[in-house]
Design a protein around this ligand. Structure first.
Ligand SMILES: C[S@@+](CC[C@H](N)C(=O)[O-])C[C@H]1O[C@@H](n2cnc3c(N)ncnc32)[C@H](O)[C@@H]1O
Length: 283
């Protein structure tokens, strides 16, 4: 078999975290929640808010779109709705577990590919061009230039790219801030350079940012205390091992605490913007 251009290794952590969220909290979708006005951001309300996110996203699919490439499909949360709309859908994710879930959730009604988007070659894959490429919270994982190059190759002339994701809108000017997300200006500039016209640009940050408070709260108030308790047991029972672990992991743990105390909605909204954007290929 030919050597792959990129390996899945870098996205492993992402997929493991997504799986854990699914297993621990029963979270079905792997995207943010869209908390409509008056909806309290709680773990109980998250599934409904994630459904609202999909409902909002579907509004931006242009009329006439029939064939959709769902790039970074997660567990198929959006694909399920695309199938319900009688669209012809191909789902792509690098993680076999997520592809399996996608098949399960869509009742096998989608085509699937287990790979990184960057590795695909339209000629070798035998995929005919799509009317629309969907990147629902997967755009941030794919390098900007490679992503736009692939979008050009997999779309029909005048085809669309629908992106829903967060982007960086301000320089990260202090330690502990999350680096995720492409710089928005650069992403838009590269879209244009690759022959894509921006048709719609909607900022939904205020609706999705509360998800970050839930995320921060879950990590700092649920996950950290579990690890804290495990460390305490090790400290009491195996003081030497504890000393060794502290020496090895102390700095890393401090960094994690700093990182996850900087993940709330306020910090998020200050540095990131969550955008829904529709692009059209010029020709
Ligand atoms: C946050 S999840 C979003 C899932 C789904 N689109 C949704 O909205 O629920 C990100 C997805 O991107 C996928 N992904 C990460 N890196 C990728 C890459 N280089 N090519 C294709 N998919 C990738 C992950 O496996 C995961 O399925």
């Amino acid at each position: 078999m030919a050597e792959k251009k990129h390996s899945h290794k870098k996205s492993y952590y992402n997929d493991i975290a997504l799986r854990l969220g699914h297993q621990l909290f029963g979270v079905e979708h792997l995207h943010y929640g869209y908390f409509e006005k008056g909806k309290k951001p709680t773990m109980q309300n998250l599934p409904a808010a994630q459904d609202a996110y999909v409902r909002n996203l579907l509004k931006y699919i242009p009329a006439g779109v029939k064939r959709v490439f769902d790039v970074g499909c997660g567990s198929g949360g959006v694909a399920v709705h695309l199938v319900k709309k009688k669209l012809d859908v191909t789902c792509l994710a690098p993680d076999p577990y997520l592809i399996e879930k996608t098949l399960e959730n869509t009742g096998g009604k989608v085509g699937t590919i287990t790979d990184l988007y960057e590795n695909l070659n339209p000629e070798e894959s035998g995929l005919s061009p799509y009317d629309m490429i969907l990147m629902s919270e997967s755009c941030q994982y794919i390098k900007v230039v490679e992503g736009w190059e692939q979008n050009r190759r997999f779309l029909k002339p005048k085809g669309y790219v629908l992106v829903a994701d967060f982007f960086r809108i301000k320089e990260l000017d202090r330690p502990g801030l999350s680096k995720s997300g492409h710089p928005l200006d650069y992403f838009l500039e590269q879209a244009e350079q690759h022959g894509f016209k921006l048709k719609k640009k909607v900022d939904i940050t205020k609706f999705v940012a509360p998800t970050m408070d839930l995320y921060q709260e879950t990590i700092t108030e649920k996950i950290f205390p579990v690890f804290g308790a495990i460390f305490e047991i090790v400290q009491r029972r195996y003081p030497l091992i504890y000393k060794l672990l502290r020496w090895m992991l102390g700095k890393k743990i401090e960094k994690l605490h700093l990182k996850y105390s900087n993940q709330g909605s306020e910090v998020f909204s200050n540095y990131k913007a969550y955008m829904v954007m529709l692009f059209q290929k010029a020709s």
